[in-house]
Design a protein around this ligand. Structure first.
Ligand code: KG4
Ligand code: ZN
Length: 328
């Protein structure tokens, strides 16, 4: 079964073709970073316009790369939320049109499920139950996954998402957008012990808060104008990683879980992957990471989630419409 995946929830236009929920025939991502970086973040109106401009080109390229035609596609899976309303609308409109034209099923996929299901594209499939840490620009959630499509959110952020904190902290230090990869690069040359930054809600259950961390960085920058940028990046990154680890460990202990899956754009961070892998070994937790391309937004993760929705007869809302605040 070949599923065409479409992802346009934020600033990446992505189309993928995935066979039998495991073999990526193509997974193309057209990034809009160059459009948004001068504004220091995503401008929703520009994002939708750009999706509309490029989506048909990406579709054509993805089919070419997979060496198939539209007639070979068995179903169309599309992100319908959460995300930016206008941006989602572009993907959904294309998906609906293709579904009508080809007379093939339309599968509406939750973007967060997509991030989690990216792990089912790996040779070693996750074993249930597991804890998925979804850390991206819009979300920071710990999700217990009991079995296919059976999710429970154990804790999430009260304010900023982890990726949002990377982006905002980068901006106050005069670095470009998106902040995550740039801070990671700067941090390579920095001393993570140089600046002491707070872990918010350290002893407070399974919720996160990252807005205080951003404020703490800002205050240090004001009180020490000659601050060392690499040291600040390293200290900030270390604090985010320590926070994520602390909460995941607590969630595993509380809910008797021993498998942890790292998902979402922030999980592309190699220091984060290394820290979780190392501490996971010490604490007898199995930690699963993704290649960078499957951490950040991409349509292969939507196609594979769509495959399992189809396998488990999960109903797609009809008519399918954008749900920008779609819950887990
Ligand atoms: O999952 P994603 O591509 O889009 C959303 O669903 O939000 O995540 C994008 C976020 C951005 O905030 C970006 O700064 C962050 O992921 N990110 C990183 C890294 N690469 C991307 N954060 C830390 N380290 C990275 N290497
Ligand atoms: Zn995402």
């Amino acid at each position: 079964m070949i599923i065409l995946g479409i992802e346009t929830s934020c600033d990446d236009t992505s189309i993928a073709l995935v066979k039998d929920g495991k073999e990526i025939l193509s997974n193309l991502v057209s990034s809009q970073i160059n459009i948004h970086k001068e504004f220091g973040g995503v401008v929703p109106e520009l994002a939708s316009r750009r999706h509309a401009e490029v989506i048909h080109i990406i579709l054509k390229k993805a089919l070419n790369e997979a060496a198939i035609t539209l007639e070979d596609v068995d179903a169309i899976a599309v992100t319908y939320g959460p995300g930016l309303e206008g941006a989602l609308l572009v993907g959904i409109s294309v998906a609906k049109t293709l579904s009508l034209l080809l007379k093939k099923p339309l599968i509406g996929v939750n973007h967060i499920h997509g991030h989690i299901y990216a792990h089912f594209l790996l040779d070693k499939k996750p074993s249930f139950p597991f804890l998925a840490l979804v850390a991206s620009g819009g979300h920071t959630q710990m999700v217990k996954v009991f079995e296919h499509l059976n999710f429970e959110c154990l804790g999430q952020t009260r304010d900023d998402a982890a990726g949002e904190a990377f982006d905002k902290v980068a901006r106050v230090m005069g670095l470009s957008y998106p902040g995550g990869p740039i801070i990671e690069e700067e941090a390579l040359h920095g001393d993570a012990k140089r600046y002491r930054l707070p872990i918010a809600m350290k002893h407070d259950g399974l919720e996160f808060s990252f807005s205080g961390l951003k404020t703490a960085v800002l205050q240090k920058l004001k009180s020490e104008p000659d601050y060392n940028r690499a040291d600040m990046c390293a200290s900030f990154q270390k604090t985010v990683i320590d926070t994520l680890w602390l909460k995941c460990k607590k969630a595993c202990d509380t809910h008797s879980l021993s498998n942890v899956l790292l998902c979402g754009g922030v999980s592309a961070n190699q220091a984060l992957q290394a820290h979780f892998t190392k501490l996971g070994k010490e604490e007898n937790l199995s930690v699963s990471t993704l290649p960078i391309k499957l951490c950040t937004d991409n349509a292969a993760m939507i196609a594979v989630a769509g495959f399992y929705y189809h396998q488990h007869n999960k109903q797609t809302p009809s008519p399918l419409y954008v749900k920008s605040s779609l819950a887990l």
